[in-house]
Design a protein around this ligand. Structure first.
Ligand SMILES: Cc1cc2nc3c(=O)[nH]c(=O)nc-3n(C[C@H](O)[C@H](O)[C@H](O)COP(=O)(O)OP(=O)(O)OC[C@H]3O[C@@H](n4cnc5c(N)ncnc54)[C@H](O)[C@@H]3O)c2cc1C
Length: 386
């Protein structure tokens, strides 16, 4: 009988793992806590490194068809002065793989179809696991126990499997909350392929075309954790926080219905020096949740999935294969977590003098070329073929 894997969580990491493991001959069972497998109503940047991994998984053409290729990320001040243009398209042409922004719901549908919906059971929260020398058992809330050769916990930042393996620890609050939405929007100051970000004092606003005439926008605002929306509502709160921002930022807020605006406080966790035990491992946000400032959290989950499948194909002993996957992912995911955290601190500076200095550095030729060369190094990583 072939080897069997249990995957906890049908987010991007869980679905990508299901596709990758099936490619290397595993049969998979995915258990998802919610009633439906779907991406929430916002966008996602899939940088060249993730698009390569999606190519290895056989779904990059569909992603390209539904998303928008990003050629330039332009940073500007709140009143519209351009600070820098990072030529993502030039990097992509060197690497031979584009960077794409897509609606999360579209990516979820693509991954779900490729993973095979028949392998996924919804409304089945996992509460823990037990393991012995012959296999691992997932303990499910419905009282049923599922048995397999290995268990991959892709159950997100609040992973129950992580808590069982590592113990309780609070995630780290970034200092800002994030509003997001996707809306049909066309504006003369958004040429095709250009993603815009505007920086203020303790606020940042990004606009990314995400396919089919839609724009994904995100807006961060420094504040303590767990603040309720004000009586103005999310749209009113954003209009107040970003008052004075140039076109098209205010226009996109006006074009977005209140009910379509999501809001999440942003957290990450300190990188782990090890994770996993025996036949159990963590993947995606369960192991390395990061702030979204580099737009790489989901990209890392997709890379994880391919590297994990590669290790399982190369090494017959499941526990040895899982440890070699963890070793292969530790440094890269820790680097992304740390860089994202620092990028966030710089992008959300409140102090007027420090943010002026940041803006001048970004505007300099040196700043622009450094940003491009750092980005190229991060995007040049290519997972192995399966
Ligand atoms: C504001 C913001 C913007 C971002 N932008 C980007 C971006 O542009 N690009 C990018 O690459 N990343 C981005 N990210 C990060 C990205 O969203 C995450 O890294 C990614 O969603 C992680 O995927 P995952 O599958 O590991 O976890 P999740 O998406 O959290 O999925 C976990 C799944 O497990 C399920 N689950 C949880 N507990 C259980 C349980 N006990 N039993 C069964 N199922 C369970 C959940 O319901 C969920 O379906 C952003 C994050 C934020 C907050």
């Amino acid at each position: 009988m072939g080897k069997r894997a249990i995957i906890i969580g049908a987010g991007i990491g869980g679905l990508a793992s299901a596709i990758a493991l099936r490619k290397v001959g595993y049969s998979v069972q995915v258990f998802e806590r919610t009633a439906e497998v779907r991406g929430i109503g916002s966008g996602l940047s899939l940088w060249s490194n993730a698009m390569w991994a999606l190519y290895v998984l056989g779904v990059s053409d569909e992603v390209l068809r539904l998303g928008s290729v990003v050629d330039i990320t332009r940073s500007q001040t709140a009143d519209g002065e351009v600070l820098s243009d990072v030529h993502v398209g030039t990097i992509a042409r060197k690497l031979g793989v584009p960077t794409v922004c897509i609606h999360r719901a579209d990516l979820h549908q693509i991954l779900l179809r490729a993973a095979g919906p028949e392998h996924i059971q919804t409304s089945v929260p996992c509460v823990g696991f037990t393991q012995d020398s012959h296999g691992v058992t997932a303990l499910l809330e419905n009282g049923i126990h599922a048995r397999a050769d290995l268990l991959i916990a892709a159950d997100g930042i609040h992973s129950v499997i992580r808590r069982q393996l590592i113990g309780p620890e609070e995630p780290r609050y970034s200092g800002y909350t994030c509003y997001r939405s996707v809306v049909s929007f066309v504006h003369r100051s958004m040429p095709p392929g250009v993603a815009l970000t505007a920086l203020g004092h303790g606020v940042e606003f990004g606009l990314f075309p995400c396919g089919m005439g839609r724009v994904y926008w995100f807006a961060t605002h420094n504040q303590p954790a767990a603040q309720p929306d004000s009586p103005l509502g999310r749209k009113g709160d954003c209009l107040a926080a970003f008052a004075g921002f140039s076109e098209p930022f205010i226009q996109v807020l006006h074009a977005t219905p209140e009910s379509a605006i999501l809001r999440h406080d942003v957290y990450d966790r300190t990188p782990l020096s090890h994770w996993g035990e025996g036949r159990v491992t963590l993947l995606g946000d369960a192991s390395h949740p990061m702030t979204p400032n580099l737009g790489q959290g989901a990209c890392m989950a997709i890379e994880d999935a391919v590297v994990l499948a590669h290790c399982l194909r190369s090494e017959p002993d499941v526990a040895v294969a899982l440890r070699s996957y963890e070793a292969a992912r530790r440094e890269r995911t820790a680097l992304m977590t740390t860089r994202s955290l620092y990028a966030g601190k710089i992008l959300t500076l409140e102090d007027g003098v420090l943010s002026w200095l940041r803006d001048r550095l970004m505007q300099s030729k040196l700043g622009e070329s450094q940003a491009e060369s750092v980005l190229e190094k991060l995007l040049a990583y290519q997972v192995p073929q399966l």
